[in-house]
Design a protein around this ligand. Structure first.
Ligand SMILES: [Zn+2]
Length: 468
């Protein structure tokens, strides 16, 4: 039994505060909340008078379980920043198999795996409508929680959507170039990631929509028509190189389409599109920090980010290499990227005003300059810059994440029956989103990590990375 004594409980639905509460945890579950009671013999009591308690944060777009990498560091770093759950956005048959067999062991010192897809849909497994549908059926049989679209032709995209709908399986992900965004929303896209990415959603906010869609290059990977050994591994490596910052390798035609979309952005059309998303229940996981770091890759707040000390020299060098490619983009292209980010913030403001559902996610462990853990707090700042109130930012990472996943009975609130995954804050998170970073302790699966323990996790990771 763990008791958080004399805390202020934050209601993630309406933002009301209840001061002077004891939060009682048994095992990994919250079992009671009420006025301070007598000491409980044998319980661990954390005296935290005046501390604010919120549910642990969820990074709703992350890739810590990338094959061939050790997730322990990134997961511990996420925990140290208050993250107690994540939506894994790229899976494998092996990951699904281990989970089915009950042999998937994630470090105790890290957030919970909330949901995972199988392999992304790409030309490799979804090169035709038939192949796309077959891959959806296969991943459904393997126990994937959802289907994630990466890069597909429009006909394969819509075939995958139809098959997922038939199986009652959520489908989420990217809107590859050339896709009709409204048709994708109507077809049951449960969440759209990265605001598109690229011209995906921006095109639909322009009177020149059809022209921009034609200009958008669409899938840029053509597979040879004959068998190639290790094609899957080669393609995975190629994709990783692109994914770290797609803007660094954007081609002249892509940049022209982005410029066209920026030149002709129309707020009324954006509002109409927002109404479509709101009516269809199409969520947005904008990963603004990912969108900003790819469009402003050379900004000193990223290249000189003190949080880079938590990453391996290899990772940072990969990001610097990507920046050298980015620097070769013409100045006009970089100006288009910069301007489009400002437009994307306006777009999100419109989505928020029209009631489009929004999730907080980062693309950590897949994107240049996005550091696991710290990046979620950067995402909070970007969401706030787009007009979300502090309460709305908190919801995007907690209550709304639970609603999206259909797990409100077990997470997303500080209430009996919910997981004992909590963050203790030394400042009121409803007064300013920045206070979500005033972390004075984390409870994960019923275990309390005081601020000093969280700091030593960070120090340990930094020391390991620097070879110390
Ligand atoms: Zn991603």
């Amino acid at each position: 039994v763990l008791i958080l004594r004399q805390v202020t409980v934050v209601d993630t639905r309406d933002g009301s505060l209840s001061a002077g509460q004891d939060v009682r945890v048994e095992g990994t579950t919250i079992t009671g909340i009420g006025a301070a009671g007598p000491d409980d013999a044998g319980a661990t009591v954390i005296d935290a008078p005046g501390r604010f308690v919120v549910p642990g944060y969820n990074d709703m777009h992350a890739h810590p379980l990338t094959p061939g990498t050790d997730p322990a560091g990134p997961l511990a770093l996420m925990l140290a920043h208050g993250i107690t759950g994540f939506r894994q956005m790229g899976g494998t048959a092996q990951l699904l198999g281990e989970r089915r067999a009950g042999t998937l062991r994630l470090p105790e010192r890290g957030p919970a795996l909330l949901a995972t897809p199988g392999d992304l849909l790409t030309p490799l497994n979804a090169g035709s409508p038939e192949a796309a549908a077959a891959t959806v059926r296969e991943q459904h049989a393997q126990g994937a929680d959802f289907i994630k679209v990466g890069l597909t032709r429009p006909d394969a995209f819509f075939a995958a959507q139809a098959e997922a709908a038939r199986l009652g399986m959520p489908i989420v992900g990217h809107l590859p170039g050339g896709i009709d965004v409204r048709a994708a929303s109507r077809g049951g896209m449960k969440s759209i990631e990265h605001l598109g990415p690229g011209t995906g959603i921006l095109a639909a906010c322009s009177p020149a929509e059809d022209a921009i869609r034609r200009e958008s290059a669409g899938p840029q990977i053509r597979l040879p028509p004959f068998p190639v050994p290790f094609l899957d591994r080669i393609l995975a490596a190629v994709l990783r190189g692109i994914v770290v910052n797609p803007m660094a390798r954007a081609r002249t035609g892509d940049v022209a389409a982005l410029t066209h979309a920026g030149d002709t952005f129309d707020e009324d059309r954006a509002r109409e599109l927002a109404k479509v998303f709101a009516a269809d229940g199409t969520w947005q996981c904008p990963t603004l920090i990912r969108v900003r770091t790819q469009q402003r890759a050379d900004a000193p707040e990223y290249t000189s980010d003190p949080n880079l000390r938590y990453l391996s020299a290899h990772t940072v060098e990969q990001w610097r290499r990507s920046n050298r490619t980015f620097a070769r983009q013409p100045a006009a292209a970089r100006e288009t990227f910069r301007r489009n980010y400002a437009i994307q913030l306006r777009l999100l403001r419109i989505f928020e005003a029209e009631g489009v559902r929004i999730l907080a996610g980062t693309d950590a462990c897949g994107a240049a300059w996005v550091v696991p853990g710290a990046s979620l707090h950067q995402e909070f700042a970007e969401l706030a810059a787009a007009g979300l109130s502090a309460l709305r930012v908190l919801q995007a990472a907690t209550a709304d994440a639970a609603e999206f996943l259909g797990t409100t009975a077990t997470m997303g609130a500080v209430a009996p029956g919910r997981a004992a995954d909590l963050v203790l804050l030394s400042a009121n998170p409803l007064e300013h989103h920045r206070n979500l970073g005033a972390i004075d302790g984390v409870v994960r699966a019923g275990r309390h990590y005081p601020a000093a323990a969280l700091q030593s996790i960070k120090d340990e990771i930094a020391a390991a990375r620097s070879g110390g």
